[in-house]
Design a protein around this ligand. Structure first.
Ligand SMILES: [Zn+2]
Length: 324
């Protein structure tokens, strides 16, 4: 598949986008920070099992976004929300928490690259990433909702949409819908190889997005399978993904390397909440040198082939790298 599905210029459109791919050792750019948002001023929640804050922040988080902007480095943000119903309908509207947060950032004219997480699990009361039909997560019935959600993010001003649901065909559905509505320049960062992992624990607790029945093994991948990761990446690229992500990162560095070697596109590593919590907990107990270990971890992900690193350590790395 080629033009108009593929448009390499999508990733060269702005200073922020070009800077994201600028290469240097331990780049200050290329690192991304994950933010969550929820309605209300007092919605910040600290994770019970996590010794440090991975907070859901209030929609007024454009203030913290402003700080990101001032650092001049982790100028990339992800959003998620917490409004629940069976079909995740609250994820679609103009008044949705993510859409409003993007608008707030745009109004404040912050120099941020806004990447939105596209999925249903944070909006559904059952906690699955798709709608439920006959007791199962229904693939095809979910696609139109994901496409509409991505479209609403694009309308609100997102630069990049990042589907994380692992439904088959979602990248194609999103690309088609964006193009139909003249958002052909909005890029897609696909969570192409997302494993069913125990490392998501702290985030799920914060977002209250743990599945209420069953698990996610019918759509997320089995940790032992690399062949499937390559297949998933191949399919997403065929459908029009501009970039792909491997998630989690640390137990999957070989997958990042295999994807890097097999495909000539930007590859991302998602350093998830459980990976972050392990380091923080050990550092707090004095069992390891946090700065040294974190820089080693980030370097390892880069060495494995990740050009984009999404990590909760981003703020600290920014500080440390600046000080070097
Ligand atoms: Zn999900």
């Amino acid at each position: 598949m080629s033009f108009p599905t593929h448009r390499p210029r999508r990733l060269r459109r702005s200073e922020a986008l070009r800077g994201w791919f600028e290469r240097r050792v331990l780049p200050r750019r290329g690192l991304s920070i994950r933010c969550s948002c929820a309605r209300g001023r007092k919605s910040a929640r600290k994770l019970a099992p996590c010794p440090v804050s991975i907070n859901s922040q209030s929609i007024r988080l454009w203030k913290s976004a402003a700080r990101c902007s001032r650092w001049g480095f982790p100028d990339h943000t992800f959003w998620s929300a917490r409004n629940k119903d069976p079909r995740g309908a609250s994820s679609l509207g103009k008044e949705g928490v993510v859409q409003r947060a993007i608008e707030a950032i745009r109004k404040a004219k912050l120099k941020l690259l806004v990447i939105t997480d596209v999925c249903l699990c944070e909006y559904t009361d059952h906690g699955h990433c798709g709608v439920i039909e006959n007791g199962e997560v229904a693939n095809d019935a979910t696609l139109a909702i994901l496409a509409q959600q991505a479209l609403s993010h694009a309308r609100a001003g997102a630069d990049i949409v990042a589907p994380s649901d692992m439904m088959d065909g979602r990248v194609g559905a999103i690309r088609e819908t964006l193009d139909e509505h003249k958002f052909e320049n909005i890029a897609i960062l696909s969570y192409a190889a997302k494993y069913c992992s125990g490392f998501y624990g702290p985030f799920r607790e914060a977002a209250q997005s743990a599945p209420q029945f069953g698990d996610r093994r019918s759509y997320q991948m089995d940790p032992g399978n690399v062949r499937e990761a390559l297949k998933e990446v191949e399919l997403d690229l065929e459908e029009g993904a501009d970039m792909v992500m491997v998630k989690p990162a640390l137990a999957y560095l070989d997958v990042i390397r295999r994807v890097r070697d097999a495909f000539d596109v930007p590859v991302g590593a998602y350093n998830v909440s459980g990976e972050y919590a392990m380091v923080k907990a050990a550092a707090q107990k004095g069992w390891l040198d946090e700065q040294r270990v974190v820089l080693e971890i980030v370097t390892g992900m880069q060495r494995a082939g990740a050009e984009i690193i999404l990590t909760y350590h981003a703020k600290d790395v920014a500080r440390w790298v600046k000080a070097c």
